[in-house]
Each structure stands twice: as C-alpha cells, then as structure tokens.
Design a protein around this ligand. Structure first.
Ligand SMILES: Nc1ncnc2c1ncn2[C@@H]1O[C@H](COP(=O)(O)OP(=O)(O)O)[C@@H](O)[C@H]1O
Ligand SMILES: [Mg+2]
Length: 421
C-alpha cells in the first residue's frame, strides 16, 4: 500500500466516500482501491465497537501461562506449584472465552479454582495479583458473611453487586471478571459443629453459591436511578464467564486424608502418617482426592464445580525473609522509604530478619504476621524520630527484635566526634 498524496498529475478519489483527493488530504491505496483518512477512522470505529462487545481487550493480550508466572514472581514468594496451576487455569479460562466467541459449537467447560493453603501463605495475594495483571474486574468476598436468601447477613447477590461496583457498573466487563471467595472452608457443614452434627447454614450457602459458580443469570438489585439511591434497579448478570476462585486454609484436611487411608485398608496409611509427621503442608495434601473435600464438609456438587485445585505451602523462615526483603513493595522497602523521608537510614541485620521470621512462624500467621512484628519493633522509634534532628541511622539487630535492647541509634554528633564517615 502507498500513500498517494504527492502524485499531482493523476486524480484519485476515495473508493468509499467518493470524495476527491484534493478534499480529503491523503489517500491510502490498495490494488485499484483508495481509502481516505475519514473512512479509515469510521471503519476502525465500527470494528472496535463490534469487538468491544466481546472481550477484545482480554483476547488481544491473552497472557500466556509463563508470562503470568513471571509476573506473579515479582510479588509472591515461593508457591511455584500454585502459581503454575493458577496461570494455566486462568489462561485456559480466557482461551475458552475466545473459542466460545469464535466457534459456538466448541464448548469447553468452565474450570473454577480451589486454593488450599495455610493462613498468610499468599492465597488472596495470588488472586489479587492475577486480576491486576489481567486488568479484569475483581472482588473478594468472605464466605462467612454470606447467608442464604432471606436470612440476616449478605445475600449471594451481594457478591455480584461488589463486582459491579469494582467496574463502574459495566455489566459486560463484570461478566468477564474474577471473584475470589475467601474462607470457603468455613462453609463446611461439619467443621466445628460436632455438637449438632451438621451446620445447615454453611451447607445452605454452598447450595446457593452452586448455581452462580456454575454459570447462571442472576438478578442483581442495585441502588440507583435517582440521586437519593432509593430506587432499586435490577441488573441481570450472566455468571457463565466469571472465573471463581475459592480459597481456604482447610485446617485438619490432612487428618481426613489420613483417615481415608486407614479406612481403605490399602496399606498406604503408614506412608501417609510418615508424610504427616514433619512434612510441609503441600506434601501432607499430596494424596488429596475429591472425596476428602466432601468428607471435610463441602457438598459434592460444590466440589464438582471447582475442578482445579492449587495447594499453597506454609512459608518457612527463608521464604519469610524473602517476603520481607524481595518483592517490589516488600515490607522492609516500605519502612526504609518512610525512614528516608525523615533523612534516616533503616537497616536490619540478617540475624534480626531471621528472628522476625521465626517469631512469625511461632505465631502461625505466616507472612501476615510480619507487619505487626516489625511495626511493634519500630513503634517507639517512629514516635521519636520526627522530633529528633540528629539521628542519621537506625539499626535493628537480633536483641532489638527480642526486646532486650532498644533500636540502635546513630547520631551525627557521634560521627563528628569519632571521625566516622
Ligand atoms: N507468598 C508470599 N509472598 C509475598 N508476600 C506474601 C506471601 N504470602 C503472604 N504474603 C504477605 O502476607 C499478606 C497476607 O497474605 P494473604 O495473601 O492475605 O494470605 P492468605 O490469603 O493466604 O491468608 C499479604 O498481603 C502479603 O504481604
Ligand atoms: Mg486471605
């Protein structure tokens, strides 16, 4: 194709609007056809409009599993297996949508995801990071706040209300979003209810969630219409293409697996018991089967909808040190930045980091507990520092972490007297 602007001796006109070259500026030429800029713009507008009705932005940048994994590595320490499982599942999910759009007959079933991992191992962070990378509407709901319709608490529809809010009520966008349902294990019909046998409400919520996760059209009441927000409007949301990720700690699941081993009489109890003593979380769940989740208290239909399972490991001391220091917005980087705003350097010795990690492990809060521990260590210093002119460096060592000594302060005055640099 060539631009025919400068060929003055010949006359050309746009094959679409018929206007002469002198009226439209430049023309783009194909084999015996010409098109002017205005017509190009119009055509491009038409195409974009048509595509945006589908999922053009997502498809245009269908993120390959490896790219997703690399992205997740920037923010999340360890959890390689879970990252892989999630990257593939998410890729397949959006590829499925592409196929559905291109070929009505190909029907790949939706695979929602179940994430199992101890508290503070990165479940929420993984789901959040994925949604951010994909740039799709995302919302997190806590399963324990949900109730069956008609009971006190939040209806299932509230999940979709939240999703809609996250994307400014753009229904089509919401219909390709991701919903993370946290604490799904708390809906177990058997957890902590040994006295009554069954917790009917948990099971009821599972039932209510079933249809939505599977894919159905849900009537979502939203406040809108007049400016007082009193007028209720109903928005229909099709959940068929929404990816649901359910997460939970599933404490005690390893015992369920162990028990199945005992009952099956297949002689693998011994090996499971061996695994259970001392090994990490993911290893303990290695033999996980659908039946174990059902025995744990999820209803079979619900388990059936969550066809991909990602298991996260608890973070060990080494991982926790990495969490504190490595990710782009690592905790230490955040505090160091805050101190730098006071013209003060903040440093932690390697032993201090190790001690902090071990404290977090003892508390069984995973990476979640790290911030609280560091906050406590630095509280007094953060209180005093803004009123102190003279401090240029704070050092935290093991004794400081253990509370034996206060944070070590370095003063300019000292530096001058001792001739330090
Ligand atoms: N694997 C990890 N890598 C980096 N940070 C993590 C990791 N796991 C947890 N964190 C940190 O701990 C906090 C809580 O993690 P979260 O994802 O909410 O845990 P979970 O949902 O598994 O209980 C996160 O905000 C993050 O700062
Ligand atoms: Mg969480």
């Amino acid at each position: 194709m060539t631009t025919k602007r400068h060929q003055k001796d010949m006359k050309f006109c746009c094959s679409f609007c018929g206007r002469d070259q002198s009226l439209v500026g430049s023309l783009v030429a194909g084999p015996s056809v010409y098109i002017c800029h205005d017509c190009i713009k119009q055509c491009s507008g038409l195409l974009t409009e048509e595509l945006s009705e589908s999922i053009a932005p997502l498809i245009a940048e269908l993120q390959k599993p490896k790219e997703l994994h690399t992205y997740l590595d920037k923010y999340i320490t360890g959890q390689n297996q879970a990252k892989k499982v999630l990257a593939v599942a998410v890729y397949n999910h959006y590829k499925r949508l592409l196929y559905k759009n291109l070929n009505e007959e190909t029907n790949i079933n939706k695979s929602n995801i179940l994430m199992i991992g101890p508290t503070g191992s990165g479940k929420t962070l993984l789901a959040q990071s994925l949604a951010k990378k994909l740039d799709v509407p995302f919302t997190i709901v806590d399963a324990t706040t949900l109730t069956e319709a008609g009971y006190v608490g939040e209806d299932i529809e509230s999940i979709l209300q939240k999703l809609l809010t996250s994307c400014d009520y753009e229904v089509e966008k919401a219909e390709h979003g991701i919903i993370y349902i946290d604490e799904i294990d708390k809906l177990s019909s058997r957890a902590d209810t040994h006295h009554s046998g069954r917790d009917v409400s948990g099971e009821g919520v599972q039932q209510a969630l079933l249809k939505m996760i599977e894919g159905s059209v849900v009537n979502v009441p939203v406040k809108g219409g007049n400016k007082h927000g009193t007028h209720q409007e109903i928005i229909k949301i099709n959940t068929e293409n929404i990816l649901f990720i359910c997460g939970g700690a599933f404490a005690g699941l390893e015992k369920v697996i162990e028990k199945r081993g005992e009952n099956s009489g297949l002689g693998f109890t011994a090996s499971i018991k061996q695994i259970n003593s001392g090994h990490k979380f993911a290893a303990k769940l290695k033999g996980l089967e659908t039946q174990d989740l059902i025995d744990f208290g999820l209803i079979p239909e619900f388990v059936g909808r969550l066809s991909v399972t990602a298991i996260l490991d608890e973070l060990d001391a080494h991982d926790l040190i990495e969490v504190m220091t490595q990710p782009q917005n690592a905790l230490l980087k955040q505090y160091q930045y805050m101190f730098s705003l006071e013209d003060c350097e903040l440093s932690f010795t390697p032993e201090a980091l190790e001690t902090i990690a071990n404290l977090a492990i003892k508390k069984r809060t995973g990476a979640r507990g790290l911030r609280t521990i560091i906050e406590n260590i630095l509280l007094e210093t953060m209180y005093d520092l803004p009123s102190m002119e003279d401090v240029y460096k704070i050092v935290i060592d093991k004794d400081v972490v253990l509370g034996v000594e206060p944070p070590h302060q370095y003063h300019y005055q000292q530096k001058l007297v001792q001739g330090l640099d």
